[in-house]
Design a protein around this ligand. Structure first.
Ligand code: TUI
Length: 315
């Protein structure tokens, strides 16, 4: 059976994390993935501590297995949510979009396993020194807020730079991607886009349909000018944002205001014109709705089969 140091450290059956996706990863999806043997993760996104507390309670009602909370470090509520995570003693905290250093002592003191998402070797080294249990090396193929390096280039460099286990993220949606990540030295994977099609994922049907219909070339990164590049499926919102971003007459404040609320409009309202449908470059590989359990088991079985045949494949 496919096991790694990640399974031992976190107490999970399979080394598969479900990414913390804003307006997508709620307590119900997280519980479904954790019940399937992976690590379900609740997204704290820009929400306040009351929302996050409700999702933690919901998740705890639905599963006894470990789960995580993803803390988006650019959130206006980051201080309160970081404190809540420690009070609730959630099993795992993952972080994104920044450096988690100042919060880590309190989380570690509370017995929480901290697994930051990192876009570079330098940041991986820093969080290891701060006491991270593992790191998620996320390539630019992923959806949402992205770094510069690809998964293929980033993962082996992070693996060489740290002693803690590395999970790979960005562009992984099936057992082939998972096996490839293991070949690069990763000991686990985090998938976001693949779980958008889970039955237990409560996003608007328009969002699921956009993912199921996506082609390889259908995502685009915008927001570089603001220092927050974000990958989403191309639509009128993305086209307009890109146009405003190129226009020197549009201020950064105006550009930022144009984007406010767009992720919610996609996930909750299914607004095809004004929503920002965050998804990774691998969206075209997501072909049908399935349960979280089917997704996790299918990925792991395919990965195991491929790794078993790895010797044959290179002959
Ligand atoms: O965080 C993500 N993905 C996200 S967060 C998000 S919400 C958002 N919406 C609009 C603008 C910005 C955020 C949607 N998707 N992935 C993890 C991730 N973390 N990717 C890259 C990073 C990262 C970047 C810089 C981690 C650390 C870091 O540190 C450098 C620094 O200077 O802070």
């Amino acid at each position: 059976m496919l096991r790694s140091r990640v399974c031992e450290a976190i107490g999970i059956r399979y080394p598969v994390f479900q990414g913390g996706m804003a307006w997508v990863s709620d307590g119900r999806l997280a519980a479904a993935v954790s019940n399937a043997g992976g690590l379900g993760i609740i997204s704290a996104m820009n929400a306040d501590e009351n929302y996050v507390r409700d999702q933690i309670r919901l998740c705890r009602e639905l599963t006894d297995a470990p789960f995580g909370v993803n803390i988006m470090l650019m959130s206006p509520h980051v201080e309160a949510v970081a404190k809540l995570a420690a009070e609730e003693k959630v099993p795992v905290v993952t972080t994104g979009a920044g450096l988690p250093g100042k919060y880590m002592p309190a989380w570690i003191e509370a017995g929480i396993k901290v697994v930051p998402v990192v876009p570079s070797v330098a940041i991986a080294r820093r969080v290891e020194r701060s006491g991270a249990t593992a790191v998620i090396a996320e390539g630019t193929e992923s959806g949402g807020h992205v770094g510069e390096l690809t998964t293929m280039a980033l993962v082996p460099q992070v693996v060489d730079a740290v002693k803690i286990p590395v999970l790979a993220a960005g562009g992984i949606a099936d057992g082939r991607g998972m096996a490839a990540a293991f070949m690069l030295g990763a000991e686990g994977v985090q998938c976001g886009t693949r779980f958008l099609s889970a039955f237990e994922c409560g996003i608007h049907p328009n969002y699921k349909k956009k993912v199921l219909d996506a082609r390889d070339i259908d995502t685009q990164v915008t927001g570089r000018r603001l220092g927050h590049p974000v990958r989403a499926l191309r639509n009128p919102f993305v086209n307009k944002f890109a146009e405003l971003e190129r226009d020197p007459a549009v201020s950064d404040e105006e550009l930022s205001a144009f984007g406010t609320g767009a992720v919610r409009k996609a996930a909750v309202d299914g607004n095809l014109q004004e929503g920002s449908f965050l998804a990774g470059q691998i969206a075209a590989l997501v072909k049908k709705e399935q349960s979280a359990k089917e997704i996790v088991e299918e990925m792991v079985a395919e990965c195991e089969a491929l790794l078993g045949k790895a010797g044959e494949r290179v002959l």
